[in-house]
Each structure stands twice: as structure tokens, then as C-alpha cells.
Design a protein around this ligand. Structure first.
Ligand SMILES: [Zn+2]
Length: 117
């Protein structure tokens, strides 16, 4: 389980919002999706259209009619890996300094730059 917020260390994960990731464990293993949120203090991520849970919501007027809706639940960050387009596989990520001294995330397998930061 993730540690409580107040005693959680400030960890920087290599996975960021809008990254393409593959789930490597659990019910949605082998599926890919885009990262919607990184819950850094909980060590969890929310991935678009993955790890869906059904939520029973009460009707609250015309805008929200209620009923059973499907919603993404957070996954443990250790259960997802960055998906490299060039390798067509989930890969580990390294950090590399470019010629202009900016750091970039790279695929450990093929060296391809991941994201644009
Ligand atoms: Zn790669």
C-alpha cells in the first residue's frame, strides 16, 4: 500500500501525464493507455480507459441523471511501464543529457527520446 501523504517521500517518477504506458500486472495486463494523472504522493497513476470500476451515482438533476457509470481507478505506478513506439514494447526509462545540457527521458532499449521534456 502507498504511504500516507504526510510521511511520503518526494519521489519523482519517470512516468508523466500524457505518456503512453502499458499495464504489466493485474486485470488489465497487456493493455496500453494514456496517463491522465500521476498521484505522486500515493505512487499511483490514472490511465485513460483502464482499470475501470463501476460507480453507482445518484441522480442530481437533469445534468447528472445518475445510474451506473464506469470510471478509471488509480493503478500502482509499479504496475505500469512506459510503452516505446519504436520497440513496440514496455521499456525501462533512462535519463540522458543532450548536447545543450537539457535532460531527456530515453528508452533504455533503443535510445529513443520519450516525451518532449
Ligand atoms: Zn525503444
Amino acid at each position: 500500500m502507498a504511504a500516507a501523504k504526510r510521511d511520503a517521500p518526494r519521489v519523482n517518477y519517470k512516468i508523466k501525464k500524457n505518456d503512453l504506458v502499458m499495464v504489466v500486472a493485474g486485470r488489465d495486463r497487456g493493455k496500453t493507455g494514456k496517463v491522465m494523472r500521476v498521484l505522486r504522493e500515493h505512487g499511483r497513476v490514472v490511465v485513460e480507459r483502464l482499470n475501470l470500476v463501476k460507480r453507482h451515482s445518484k441522480a442530481r438533476g437533469a445534468q447528472s441523471p445518475g445510474g451506473i457509470i464506469e470510471k478509471e481507478a488509480a493503478l500502482d505506478i509499479s504496475n505500469v511501464m512506459i510503452f516505446c513506439d519504436r520497440c513496440n514494447a514496455p521499456v525501462r526509462v533512462g535519463i540522458k543529457a543532450a548536447a545543450d545540457n537539457t535532460k531527456a527521458r530515453v528508452c533504455r532499449r533503443c535510445g529513443e527520446t520519450i516525451g518532449n521534456d
